[in-house]
Design a binder for this molecule. Structure first.
Ligand code: PLP
Length: 400
């Protein structure tokens, strides 16, 4: 048995089977590239679901990690630390918001936003106790906690995990009429991804977010944007809502690339009116806002801005879409995307996307299917012409 085979066998023996990884064992990474235990090199076109927008082991982010690790790593929020305030100030500045609440994973930040919206609803909007409603979209992905899967429309995410948290209402993504009809006096928030990532990179009709913003303002409903995957440059803007006019949310949920590809850091960013509802003891996290994570997040944000990764993502995304669209193939149903968040949807008649991903892997491109038919292409945002050519050539070969 190969080294790869042994490691996979050991892993599968001891780990719960909540994932089905491609059969590659990665042992090293740098920038957009990773190497497996046999020494083969691959271009990483998943970027850990956009946690690696800055690339693997970015030197500036690693330096921040090491420097902070040499001083103090975790304090808990029972004491102040030197780095959290500065990081949140930078984050709020970039988001043009007044306050932030730091957590670790994306799901925790979504939970935090749900709690903030409910408490704001009771304290500020005057919704009767325990009657708050939050509107969400079908095919959403906001994480895996029991409350979050309570409002998933994907049966596999829910099956066997009930009973569920009440207080959520589903509408079709992109349908502004349905949103309008779903709003009641007890509605406190509308939680939505600007582009639905896990559902297959689904882009709503133009103007959807601006109209949702208008409806939310008119009805005193909080617009809560989950930009955990779309944020921090991925779609060619710092945040995906900036593709539309006047779509700024009340609560912006950020994660993944905020941790610079080395450490989980997430946050909810918003107005003083909303995040001001939290009082000491209401909510918390042992690791949330720790100095190591804060130092990493600070460097992660600096890299996105200083290296102009949003602009690079927009340009490379445009080029890559053109290159892919120029490949003639009966296997491709549609290519869509924004910036370097691109979906290649395989025609139903050509079977599922997984075998294409396995072929791409053998050609040196790591990509993962999402929802059976779709291959997601989301490399680190710093990729250049060499990497884009490699992706296009691998696709030409894999689609033959
Ligand atoms: C990944 C993701 C989450 C969950 O983040 P975790 O860090 O895995 O908990 C939530 N929302 C969106 C849009 C995501 O892509």
């Amino acid at each position: 048995m190969s080294h790869t085979g042994e490691i996979i066998a050991l892993t599968e023996k001891w780990s719960a089977r909540n994932y089905q990884p491609l059969p590659v064992v990665i042992s090293r990474g740098e920038g957009a590239w990773v190497w497996d235990v046999e020494g083969n090199r691959y271009l990483d076109c998943l970027s850990a679901y956009s946690a690696l927008n800055q690339g693997h082991r970015h030197p500036r982010i690693l330096q921040a990690l090491l420097e902070q690790a040499a001083k103090i790593t975790v304090t808990s929020r029972a004491f102040h630390n030197e780095t959290m305030g500065a990081m949140l100030a930078k984050l709020c500045g970039l988001c043009e918001m007044e306050m932030a609440l730091p957590m670790n994973t994306g799901a925790e930040a979504v939970e935090t936003a749900v709690k903030a919206a409910r408490k704001w609803g009771y304290q500020i909007k005057g919704v009767p106790a325990d009657q708050a409603e939050i509107i969400v979209c079908r095919d959403n992905f906001h994480g895996r906690t029991t409350t979050i899967v309570s409002f998933s429309s994907e049966s596999q995410y829910r099956e066997g995990f009930g009973p569920f948290t009440p207080g959520f209402k589903l509408v079709d993504f992109g349908d502004i009429g349905q949103l309008e009809r779903a709003i009641t006096p007890n509605t406190v928030g509308f939680l939505v991804e600007p582009i639905q990532g896990e559902a297959g990179i689904l882009i709503p009709p133009e103007g959807y977010l601006s109209k949702a913003r208008e409806l939310c303002s008119k009805n005193r409903v909080l617009l809560m944007l989950d930009e955990i995957q779309t944020g921090l440059g991925r779609t060619g803007r710092l945040f995906a809502y900036q593709h539309e006019k006047n779509a700024k949310p009340d609560l912006l949920i950020i994660g993944k690339a905020l941790g610079g590809g080395v450490y989980p850091v997430s946050a909810v960013v918003g107005s003083r009116e909303v995040l001001g509802v939290f009082r000491p003891g209401d909510h918390g996290s042992t690791f949330g806002g720790n100095p190591l994570g804060a130092a990493v997040a600070m460097a992660a944000l600096d890299v996105i801005i200083d290296e102009e990764l949003s602009r690079k993502s927009a340009e490379s995304g445009r080029t890559l879409m053109e290159m892919l669209s120029a490949i003639p193939s009966k296997h491709v149903h549609e290519i869509r995307g924004r910036g370097l968040m691109i979906a290649v949807e395989i025609a139903k008649s050509s079977g599922p996307a997984r075998p294409f991903c396995e072929r791409l892997m053998k050609l040196g491109v790591l990509a993962k299917e999402t929802h059976h038919q779709t291959i997601r292409l989301a490399p680190p945002l710093s990729v250049g012409r060499v990497e884009l050519d490699l992706i296009a050539n691998a696709f030409r070969e894999a689609l033959r």
